[in-house]
Design a binder for this molecule. Structure first.
Ligand code: AGP
Length: 608
């Protein structure tokens, strides 16, 4: 949720405050209610922080003027205590000897807070985090060195953390450790970095090390050491070079990251198509070998995983059970060594997903995962990983990664149909053609739908509530369309299987109520005519996403977005979702919201 950065540099050309400020700006998508920076100076710790947006606070506190060789920074997504100057990170110890930033939650902080209050420590904030600098200071006072103090800390704190620590006794060192929250290292000749995510230091280095749970990194300007906790044995791990460019993490002329990422989808899907083949066949074999498949994911990634629910039974004759990661408890009794878990996650760090997968591993299930971030935690505990190769997604609302995740799932389904011969020759041919042509269909749809979505957003912005309806696989499109609309425009939007809406939700329909339909030319199309008519009869304003040649449907609907014809039932949750992404984006802009940073949300959810 929060964004953290640590820099140990030997490069006086760029002020350290600028490096941290820029890094926090690139991490702002992870948390954006408060920001702060701490450096070690000759006179001790310099700490600047406040509630507010990174740009405003950074300017007000002149972050870019701050000099030094060692600095840590933080952008906060509040959990314990509202956004305020005092609750902002970094947090320092009572005598200002230790200063830290934290991403995660310390579950037993109240108990520890009581203990340290009893020892005379005064707490300045309401956060769970502030216990950590006091704890470390007490250990240092008792004669331990920082490594021993950290060891003691990790044996006593419960919860999740990525922690970056520095202290005045060793002004050139940063200690960084993790448990269940992301932490990556950037290695370069000019200095070393640690952060929640790679874009933080991408302009300075592409040499990256992904830290694993229970590991401690000690960074100095010229070297880094990684140690296993609690043994403190040194781990020999070399960096790998990432292909992401610094430009990929910038807006590239678009007003928002989200719009840029919507426009990048053709490139992303084409890249996935060109670079990966074998992995989908391998995962399809794993599906075939398993007795059942359980899908595990959260939010948009969960919707992408549902493409397997709608295809594996038909193309692989396989029992496929969808599970929202946070609801893992309900399905876990079904998991055994004949189970394949298919996990989908952009970040590969979502805590709900990670916890479910760790539990599945303990139950001897096989795990295949579909992930964006190379080397992320999920990839380290999976038997097979299909990378979606979407590049950094900065907009909090998933767009290109949803399409790329869905694409990967459909490619497994395609391999499954191939292996099992479950489709006749012509259908298989069309399926293969659709896989190859989807990147172009997506681009054509973005181009064709954009102006129309912008216009319709002017009407949508005044609505308080909307329905998104689809049948069969188009239920996924409806779910994703409704989520996008509500998360970035704050208009209540609900998705239903179209046939279910008459069992209750239709009671809400009044004149001019928006209903968005996804209607590909598949086996459900004819029934959708009835669904549209039911809504029209009650005065709803009907917006449909339809095949470009479906004149009958277009004549019934009030508004229609058109999708290139001829692709029938394959991959429609990708193509039919494109107008919905644009409609949500332009509605968000029309209501005056910031689509890149929706309120209360964070890109990577690393709390339960
Ligand atoms: C959707 O727009 C959100 N960003 C959210 O639902 C997201 O998909 C979910 O939190 C899962 O994240 P992950 O893919 O990184 O696991």
């Amino acid at each position: 949720m929060c964004g953290i950065i640590g820099v140990c540099q030997n490069n006086s050309k760029i002020k350290i405050g600028k490096i941290v400020f820029d890094a926090l700006s690139r991490l702002e998508y992870r948390g954006y209610d408060s920001v702060g920076i701490a450096t070690i100076t000759e006179n001790g710790i310099l700490l600047e922080k406040d509630a507010g947006k990174i740009g405003d606070v950074g300017k007000k506190l002149k972050f870019e003027q701050i000099e030094g060789n060692t600095a840590i920074g933080h952008s906060r997504w509040a959990t314990h205590g509202p956004p305020s100057q005092k609750n902002s990170h970094p947090h320092s110890s009572m005598s200002d000897r230790v200063v830290i930033v934290h991403n995660g939650i310390i579950e037993n902080y109240l108990e520890l807070r009581e203990r340290y209050t009893g020892k005379g420590y005064v707490f300045k904030s309401q956060t769970d985090t502030e216990i950590i600098p006091h704890f470390l200071e007490e250990e240092l006072k008792n004669g331990k060195n920082m490594e021993q103090a950290i060891l003691q800390l990790t044996s006593e704190i419960k919860g999740t953390y990525a922690l970056v620590i520095t202290h005045t006794d060793e002004p050139d060192k940063i200690y960084a450790l993790r448990k269940d929250n992301p932490l990556v290292l950037g290695i370069s000749n000019d200095g070393n970095y640690c952060a929640s995510d790679i874009p933080a230091f991408l302009p300075y280095t592409k040499e990256v090390i992904i830290m694993k749970d229970q590991e401690l990194a000690i960074l100095e300007p010229h070297r880094y050491t990684i140690k296993k906790l609690p043994s403190l044995t040194v781990i020999d791990r070399k960096p790998h070079t990432v292909t992401w460019t610094p430009e990929a993490a910038q807006k590239g002329g678009f007003p928002h990251y989200m719009l840029k990422e919507i426009h990048e989808q053709q490139k992303v899907l084409s890249f996935q198509l060109a670079t990966q083949n074998d992995i989908f066949g391998k995962i399809a074999e794993m599906v075939n070998d398993a007795e059942k498949v359980i899908l595990v994911a959260a939010g948009t990634a969960y919707y992408a995983s549902l493409n397997a629910y709608h295809t594996f039974p038909e193309y692989g004759k396989k029992v496929t059970i969808p599970a929202i990661a946070a609801e893992w408890d309900t399905v876990k009794p079904l998991v055994d060594d004949n189970t394949l878990i298919l996990a989908v996650s952009q970040s590969g760090e979502t805590l709900d997903t990670m916890k479910a997968i760790k539990d599945a591993r303990e139950r001897n299930a096989k795990v295949a995962s579909i992930v964006n971030v190379t080397g992320s935690s999920l990839t380290t505990i999976s038997d097979e990983v299909a990378y979606i190769h979407a590049g950094p997604e900065i907009g909090v609302a998933a767009t290109k990664t949803y399409s790329a995740q869905s694409y990967a799932v459909w490619r497994v389904a395609h391999a499954l149909a191939n292996i099992n011969g479950t489709l006749d020759k012509n259908e298989m041919k069309l399926f293969s053609r659709t896989i190859n042509e989807v990147p172009q269909i997506v681009q054509k749809t973005v181009t064709a739908a954009e102006a129309q979505a912008r216009d319709l957003a002017g009407w949508f912005k005044n609505k308080h509530s909307a329905f998104y309806l689809g049948r069969g696989v188009s239920h996924i499109t409806a779910l994703e369309g409704a989520l996008k609309m509500k998360e970035i425009s704050y208009i209540h939007a609900e998705a239903y299987p179209a046939g279910e809406s008459k069992h209750g939700p239709i009671a809400l329909i009044q004149p001019d109520y928006p209903v968005v339909f996804s209607i590909p030319d598949d086996r459900h199309r004819n029934k959708m005519i009835g669904s549209v008519q039911e809504m029209k009869a009650r005065g709803a304003t009907t917006i449909g996403i339809v095949d470009e040649y479906d004149n009958e449907m277009k004549s019934i609907l009030d508004h229609a977005f058109e999708i290139p014809t001829g692709y029938g039932k394959f991959l429609t949750p990708i193509t039919y979702n494109i107008p919905q992404q644009l409609l949500a984006y332009y509605t968000s802009v029309s209501v005056g919201a910031n689509p890149d940073m929706p309120r209360n949300l964070a890109k990577s959810v690393t709390v339960e």
